[in-house]
Design a protein around this ligand. Structure first.
Ligand SMILES: Cc1ncc(COP(=O)(O)O)c(C=O)c1O
Length: 376
C-alpha cells in the first residue's frame, strides 16, 4: 500500500472478492433449482444463525428495519402504547416503533459506553409503556442484565436491536438472547452483511417465533390461507447464500475487528481524544470504532484531506428528527446525546485493515490533536 492510497470507512469489495467463488456456487444452485423465495438456503441459514445467537429460533426477514417492526407487531404494540429506546441510534430503531402507531420515548446515553443509560429507564416508564428497545450500538452490548431486571419488574417486553452487534456477548451470552427478540440487520456494511438487504429475528419463545414466521409471509401457514394481517418481509434466498457462506468466517472477522481496535487503542493512547471503552465481561464486536473530539468536523476534514474517510453515527439525535418532534420523549432534552452528536467520529474499521493503515489513521489524528501526555 502506498502512502497515498485512500483508507475508506469500510471496505466491502476486499471481503467479497475473497468469498466470491463460494457464493457464486451456492447462488448457481438456487438459480438452477428455481427456488428463489424461501428456498432451503433460508432455512439452513436460520438454523446456523440461531445456534450462533444461542437461541432455538431465527427467522430470516427482508432487512433490519422489518425485523424490528415485525417483532413489535408480534407482541401487538400499537396506538396508545409507548416504547422506550435510546436517543442515539440509526433512525430505523425509532421508525419501527412509529410504524406501529406507538410512541417512541427516548432515553439518554451513558457517557462511557454510548449505550442506553439503564439508570434513566425507570423514570421514562408510564402506564402506557409496553416494551424497551435497547440498541447494542457500535457493537458494544447494552447493559442487558440491568435492562432485563427493569423489564421483569415492570412487566415489559424487551426487543434487542442487534443490527450492529453480531456475536457481541456479556459474560459469554450472545446479544439477541437476553430479551424476547433480537433483531439483526444484514445490510452490506454490517459485521455480517448480505449483497443487498437482509435481516433476522431471533427468539427463545416458540409462540413468538411462529407469529413472526406468519407475519413475514402474509400471515400464511399454508398458501393462500391468511391467518393474520402479515407482510412481505422474507429473507431472499440469494442473500441467504451469501450469509451462509459468510457464517463460516464471522468469528474470524470479529476477532480481526477486535485486533484492529486493539491497534487503534495502542496507536491513539495518550492523545486528547476519547476512545471506546469495552466494559468488563463484555465482548465488543467493533462494528464501528467511534472516538470523540470537540472539534470533530475539523478533524473529519483534516483526515479526509489525507485520503482517510471517517463517518458520523449519528449526527442528529433521534428525538430531534422531524417524525418525532412533539413525541413523549422523557426528559425533553437528552444532554449527553445532544453533546456527543457533535463530537463523535467513526474511524475506518473493517476486518481486513492492516496495522499500517491503522498507523496512518493514527498519524493523521496525531497531526491534528495536541498530545496531552506523551506516550511512553
Ligand atoms: C442500530 C440499527 N438499527 C436498525 C437498522 C436497520 O437495518 P436495515 O438497514 O437492515 O433495515 C440499522 C442499520 O441500518 C442499525 O444500524
Amino acid at each position: 500500500m502506498t502512502q497515498k492510497s485512500p483508507i475508506p470507512l469500510v471496505d466491502l469489495a476486499t471481503q467479497s472478492r475473497n468469498i466470491r467463488d463460494e457464493v457464486l456456487r451456492r447462488m448457481s444452485d438456487v438459480i438452477d433449482a428455481g427456488r428463489y423465495i424461501l428456498g432451503q438456503e433460508v432455512g439452513e441459514f436460520e438454523e446456523i444463525f440461531a445456534k450462533y445467537c444461542q437461541v432455538p429460533y431465527a427467522i430470516g426477514v427482508a432487512n433490519g428495519t422489518d425485523a424490528l417492526h415485525l417483532a413489535l407487531r408480534a407482541i401487538e404494540i400499537g396506538p396508545g402504547d409507548e416504547v422506550i429506546t435510546v436517543g442515539n441510534s440509526f433512525a430505523a430503531t425509532a421508525f419501527a416503533i412509529a410504524y406501529t402507531g406507538a410512541e417512541a420515548v427516548f432515553v439518554d446515553i451513558d457517557p462511557v459506553t454510548y449505550n442506553i443509560d439503564a439508570t434513566l429507564i425507570e423514570q421514562a416508564i408510564t402506564p402506557k409503556t409496553k416494551a424497551i428497545i435497547p440498541v447494542h450500538l457500535y457493537g458494544q452490548p447494552a447493559p442487558m442484565r440491568e435492562i432485563m431486571d427493569i423489564a421483569k419488574r415492570h412487566g415489559l417486553y424487551v426487543v434487542e436491536d442487534c443490527a450492529q452487534s453480531h456475536g457481541a456477548e456479556i459474560d459469554g451470552q450472545r446479544c439477541g438472547s437476553f430479551g424476547d427478540f433480537g433483531c439483526f440487520s444484514f445490510y452490506p456494511g454490517k459485521n455480517l452483511g448480505a449483497f443487498g438487504d437482509g435481516g433476522a429475528i431471533v427468539t427463545k419463545n416458540p409462540g413468538l417465533a411462529e407469529r413472526v414466521q406468519l407475519l413475514r409471509n402474509y400471515g400464511q401457514r399454508v398458501k393462500n390461507r391468511h391467518d393474520l394481517l402479515g407482510y412481505n418481509c422474507r429473507l431472499d434466498t440469494l442473500q441467504a447464500c451469501v450469509l451462509l457462506t459468510k457464517m463460516q468466517y464471522i468469528e474470524q472477522w470479529t476477532e480481526e475487528r477486535r485486533r484492529v481496535a486493539q491497534w487503534y487503542a495502542e496507536e491513539l493512547a495518550g492523545l486528547d481524544l476519547a476512545l471506546p471503552q469495552e466494559s468488563s465481561g463484555y465482548r465488543h464486536v467493533y462494528h464501528l470504532y467511534v472516538v470523540r473530539h470537540p472539534e470533530r468536523d475539523l478533524l473529519l476534514k483534516h483526515l479526509s484531506d489525507q485520503g482517510i474517510y471517517g463517518g458520523i453515527h449519528y449526527p442528529n439525535p433521534l428525538f430531534r428528527a422531524a417524525p418525532f418532534l412533539g413525541s413523549v420523549t422523557v426528559p425533553f432534552e437528552l444532554p449527553i446525546c445532544s453533546q456527543f452528536a457533535n463530537e463523535i467520529l467513526s474511524l475506518p474499521m473493517y476486518p481486513e485493515m492492516t496495522r499500517e493503515q491503522v498507523a496512518r489513521v493514527a498519524e493523521g489524528i496525531r497531526s491534528f490533536v495536541s498530545m496531552e501526555t506523551v506516550k511512553q
